[in-house]
Design a protein around this ligand. Structure first.
Ligand SMILES: NC(=O)c1ccc[n+]([C@@H]2O[C@H](COP(=O)([O-])OP(=O)(O)OC[C@H]3O[C@@H](n4cnc5c(N)ncnc54)[C@H](O)[C@@H]3O)[C@@H](O)[C@H]2O)c1
Length: 358
């Protein structure tokens, strides 16, 4: 059992759907420096079931009522993408800190409205790009920052698998569902290009930025065949590094995610697993000076719990934010919009020039 600290962030989770059940509710109960203080869901059956299982101090059917609770310090927004920005702004305006699921929003304008709310509130907002809390990816990022010197190139891939649900059905508990769950109008999977980019591309772009910094421009192509979508994205980083991002949904093989990174003083090869295995990436860091490689174990692969602990450290101790902030969230949206525009036009697209939705 993880030992609880004396001072713990009092967290309320908005949404008791699958992502809360698979990740956030347990993260709050396990976190060393946070507690599951409250849960909120418009579906009363789901609220009652999760209340009985996780025993928060408070249960709310109404989000405004949860936000009016003066004991509540932070909110995890665990809802569908369309609600991320409006629900995060409500929480910030109510004086609460926020951990919001990725992607932070679906358009550049939405992201900018949220950034303004963050500035206005003076509160902390962290985007749920939990891969930044994969301990082996943290070790890779540390090597890039401290030892690698100039980065020559990054090749990164995120390829969802046709066998993904067989894998996740085997390892996850069955989610509790409700006919009364609140969902945005329309089917988010109606436009699969947008849906795959927001759901999966957001992870790939954020991992690339986590390792190599800002992306300034992209040139992207999309191949759609036999129901599969494959984006190849030539990527220019502000550092001068070259990038190639591969987003494929779905490959006819096992989950396939990772990267190769070539730098002045070494290289990194990484394999990332389906997140629901809660297993840190396998990362091999090669040091040119000693001609040796090391592989961090990263025994604690609960990146969802670790991202919450990171947020709580920032709020409670003033520690620098280790996760993605709102500017990182906007940069991811811009990259996804630029990729979409480049696919449409065949042109190189600068991120600074884009607006609108993914
Ligand atoms: N980080 C990851 O790797 C990862 C993995 C999977 C999904 N996700 C993210 O999780 C999100 C989807 O989560 P989900 O599948 O659990 O969503 P969902 O829509 O199935 O469930 C959301 C729940 O929130 C409740 N809700 C929504 N708005 C509410 C409101 N205003 N007041 C009260 N209750 C409200 C709904 O009733 C519902 O039960 C997406 O943004 C997705 O990108 C992230």
């Amino acid at each position: 059992m993880i030992k609880k600290q004396d001072r713990r962030l009092r967290v309320g989770v908005l949404g008791c759907g699958p992502i809360a059940q698979f990740a956030h509710l347990q993260s709050c109960t396990k976190a060393a420096n946070a507690d599951l203080y409250a849960i909120c869901d418009a579906a009363p059956d789901l609220l009652a079931r999760m209340g009985a299982t996780y025993e928060p101090q408070k249960m709310y059917a109404d989000y405004d009522a949860m936000l009016a609770d003066p004991e509540l310090e932070a909110v995890i927004v665990a809802t569908s993408d369309a609600y991320h920005v409006p629900m995060s702004i409500k929480a910030l305006d109510a004086g609460k800190h926020v951990l919001c699921e990725k992607p932070i929003g679906t358009s550049v304008e939405e992201g900018e409205a949220l950034a303004e709310a963050v500035r206005r509130s003076g509160k902390v907002l962290q985007v749920g790009h939990m891969k930044r809390f994969d301990p082996a990816l943290e070790a890779a990022r540390d090597f890039v920052r401290d030892e690698m010197g100039d980065v020559l190139a990054l090749k990164a891939w995120y390829c969802d698998s046709t066998h993904r649900y067989t894998n996740t059905d085997a390892v996850q508990p069955l989610p509790v569902t409700s006919k009364l769950a609140r969902k945005p109008a329309g089917n988010p999977k109606a436009g699969l290009r947008q849906y795959f980019m927001l759901a999966h591309g957001s992870h790939l772009v954020d991992t690339a930025r986590f390792l190599c910094g800002d992306i300034v421009a992209v040139r992207a192509r999309l191949n759609e065949r036999f129901g599969a979508y494959c984006w190849f994205v030539e990527t220019e980083f502000a550092s001068g590094a070259l990038g190639h991002l591969d987003l494929t949904v779905a490959v006819r093989m096992d989950w396939h995610e990772g990267f190769q990174l070539y730098g002045e003083n070494g290289s990194i090869i990484a394999k990332t697993f389906n997140p629901w295995y809660f297993r840190a990436s396998e990362v091999e860091i090669f040091h040119e000076k000693t001609a040796t490689a090391h592989k961090p174990l990263g025994a604690d692969g609960h990146f969802f719990r670790r991202q919450l602990e990171g947020l709580a450290q920032t709020v409670l101790e003033g520690a620098p934010m280790r996760g993605a902030n709102v500017e990182d969230g906007i940069a991811s949206i811009r990259a996804m919009v630029a990729i979409a525009r480049s696919v449409e036009t065949g042109e190189r697209v600068e991120l600074a020039s884009v607006s609108g939705a993914v």
